[in-house]
Design a protein around this ligand. Sequence first.
Ligand code: SF4
Ligand code: SF4
Length: 291
Amino acid sequence: MKQIVFISGKGGTGKTTVVATISQLAGIRLIADCDVDAPNLDLLMQAKTETTRDYSGSQIAIIDGEACVACDMCRQFCRFDAISADPVYHVDPLSCEGCGVCRLVCPAGAVTLRTQITGQVMLSQTEHGSFAHARLLPGADGSGKLVTEVRKLIFDQMTDESYVLIDGSPGIGCPVIASITGTDAVVILTEPTVSGRHDMQRILEVAGHFRVPAFVCINKSDLNAELCQAIHADCQTAGVEVLAEIPFDPAVVSALQQGLSPYGADLHSFIDPVTDLWQKLTRQLRKGTFV
Ligand code: SF4
Ligand code: SF4
């Protein structure tokens, strides 16, 4: 069983579309959407949710006004300026990081930590198989932990399946690291733009740090020939294979607006390079020899 994660430096680079297309053309039975801040793979997969459970990913301090002796210790020790004495000692729930220092220093035992629900984790079924996904509540922290929950959930569904596709979080922060850790390959979706090139270089560094073999796919590759060449040159220098170039096709945008993946809309300008990507990637994974 191989876990493959698709990552991009920012949202809208096409990784979700690529994951949906591969899952449909290759009949992949295990999929995880780890973009918990802005999940949308479920729409393209036309997933039917079977189970939903709350996820408690953080804690918040609560001050008992009856027990508080107004010593000010908690306010002085809180590094997040989450405690105010006006009009009585209380915690700002939006600033509290749940570190528990206030509870440690309180001489009156007036502080407790309350577990908070920060999101939901769902298991759904698609035409081909199981699909794990989640949604972080607006303003909630802990997206990295929620990503780990999604990966655990899809891991629980594994039998002898050959591949698990993971739609990773965009960026290079905690949820991305949680998406990458322990996978067998990272496919970086990039675009021929200055920021796309820069983001790709940063994700390559993260993948290198975690010793996960990395590959690149250039989406909308015909938007800027010069930058596309520069990305190829960067990958060559880094010893990273560019698996595919996908040209821009406005028909893909139209299909997505109608809730159809390029596979569902039979758009070969997208399907053919993604098929090529998948064949090259699986060949490399079978060989187990990476640069
Ligand atoms: S738990 Fe930590 S962040 Fe929250 S109020 Fe207490 S000291 Fe401040
Ligand atoms: S440390 Fe405890 S007693 Fe002192 S102000 Fe804070 S809550 Fe009140």
